[in-house]
Design a protein around this ligand. Structure first.
Ligand SMILES: [Zn+2]
Length: 339
């Protein structure tokens, strides 16, 4: 089912201000009604039999399919599924996360929401990060730089789900990531894509290019032989080749280096660099979500996108998140979320 959305409007599709936010979402019922609208813009679609029809309503917000009598809730199958946190708190968290330009740490979120447990705040952030990747994003195009970079992560501090006996404190881990960034004319950057890789090899970097960049794009690389096959796959491969010792001192791939520097600063600033290497992917997703929407005029729009994507991201339990053992792939959808 192809669904096309018009651009959402402030004050109509999402609140413009905190005052308006408090007005709109003063109860769990109001939050559930909003979720229902975002999840089923064409009307309730039964997850069991697939029929679209006005549902019957039972107590505690349960929806009943009129065809097959299946009962469900609007949060079933979303990141809000089976959590003890109320929707009001979830929504307040989403508002806060999207209104802080640099994002927020779990400790910061715990404080601002007055949550009893750090673990709850930490798991909320990770659930939202799962919603920050859209399963069918449009590919990067035009001129795109691609390269790998390394993050030195300090693990431990503040993240208290380590297994007993682990000696993780203050050990630095190098994590390799692949970066792709669109270059705009005459200057500036477009969108980015980030992915954690085991090592910068052909078997990891070529799929990264194929899955994130449209054929026909001019792909700038460091000239590594890894990228040679791209020329036969419809990409214009522009390798930057070092010209012996007379190579210019400036960076050959300014876009990639800039993104890597911003990412490192964000990890050190907002998150104090204290990230378990196994959770890097979530942080990369959040960074890309923020970067790709950095020119969004309204923070409320980001809130809207985050809640909208939360209704199509699959749920995860605390143990799923802690161990990075997720249910398989995200569901397919035809939503175009470029705003
Ligand atoms: Zn049904």
């Amino acid at each position: 089912m192809a669904v096309q959305y018009s651009t959402p409007t402030a004050g109509k599709d999402y609140p413009k201000t905190w005052i308006e936010f408090e007005d709109w979402f003063s109860s769990d019922e109001a939050c559930a009604a909003y979720l229902e609208q975002l999840r089923w813009p064409d009307g309730f679609r039964c997850p069991a039999c697939g029929i679209t029809d006005t549902p019957g309503r039972a107590t505690r917000g349960r929806l009943i399919c009129r065809s097959c009598r299946h009962q469900c809730s609007v949060t079933a199958g979303t990141i809000f599924d089976k959590t003890r946190t109320s929707l009001r708190v979830w929504f307040a968290a989403a508002w806060y996360i999207t209104n802080q330009k640099q994002g927020v740490s779990a400790l910061g979120l715990q404080r601002v929401l007055g949550l009893n447990s750090y673990q709850t705040a930490w798991a909320m952030l990770h659930r939202f990060r799962r919603a920050m990747v859209h399963p069918e994003r449009t590919l990067l195009a035009g001129t795109v730089e691609v390269d790998e970079a390394y993050l030195a992560l300090r693990r431990g501090t503040g993240i208290h789900h380590k297994r007993p006996g682990s000696k993780g404190h203050d050990r630095s881990h190098l994590v390799a990531i692949a970066i792709a960034v669109e270059l705009l004319q005459p200057k500036g950057f477009g969108r980015i894509r980030l992915r954690r890789i085991q090592s910068p090899t052909r078997s990891e970097l070529l799929p990264f290019v194929r899955e994130n960049i449209a054929p026909g794009a001019a792909v700038h690389t460091d000239g590594s032989p890894i990228y040679v096959p791209l020329a036969d796959e419809g990409f214009q491969h522009n390798p930057y080749v070092m010209l012996g010792s007379k190579a210019p001192a400036h960076e050959p791939l300014p876009g990639v280096h800039r993104i890597a520097a911003l990412l490192k600063r964000w990890l050190l600033g907002t998150h104090h660099g204290a990230i378990d290497p196994k959770h890097v992917d979530g942080y990369l997703d959040e960074f890309a979500f923020r970067f790709n929407r950095r020119t969004s005029r309204s923070r409320g729009m980001l809130f809207y996108r985050l809640i909208q994507q939360s209704t199509i991201a699959l749920p995860a339990t605390y143990a799923n998140i802690r161990d990075r053992h997720y249910p398989p792939s995200l569901p397919k959808s035809n939503l175009e979320l470029s705003g």
